[in-house]
Design a protein around this ligand. Structure first.
Ligand code: DQA
Length: 138
């Protein structure tokens, strides 16, 4: 399968950002492990701190990938524009979060993107990405 992982703002800081919530591993380290675990799958990766870049990447991905695993980070809770971009493309998107957004502040309980996604996975640490990938494979 051809899968694209998109990470939103501040996820470039994984490994040193609030490690009690997000853990000690960088996403680069995690991605290396994930690719080793799934050698038959092609996994591309994109991270941006900018809403427009994420939207552009979603548009460009249409028709190229079998699925997108998206951690829109804080934009999850604010971005009608990213929600519209997901609604506007034809490939399935799975929403992921490292932390359990429902256990945290109430502003994190709302996801603008969830209604346009195939499903949402939240709270399994970095393993949330592997679970999303398994869902696409199955
Ligand atoms: C996050 C949860 C969001 O609320 C937060 O803004 C993030 C990361 C997560 O992966 O747990 O940046 O998406």
């Amino acid at each position: 399968m051809n899968i694209l992982i998109i990470n939103g703002p501040n996820l470039n800081l994984l490994g040193r950002r609030e490690p009690d919530i997000y853990g000690n591993k960088t996403f680069t380290e995690y991605l290396e492990d994930l690719r080793k675990q799934f050698p038959d799958e092609h996994i591309d990766y994109f991270q941006s701190n900018y809403e427009g870049d994420i939207i552009e990447r979603l548009h460009k991905a249409d028709g190229i990938y079998n699925g997108i695993i998206l951690n829109a980070a804080a934009y999850t809770h604010t971005s009608v524009a990213i929600a519209d971009a997901i609604a506007g493309i034809s490939i399935p998107v799975i929403e992921v979060h490292i932390s359990n957004i429902f256990k945290r502040e109430s502003f994190r309980h709302q996801s603008f993107i969830a209604p346009h996604c195939k499903g949402s996975i939240s709270g399994f640490g970095l393993d949330s990405y592997r679970l999303a990938l398994l869902s696409f494979i199955h």
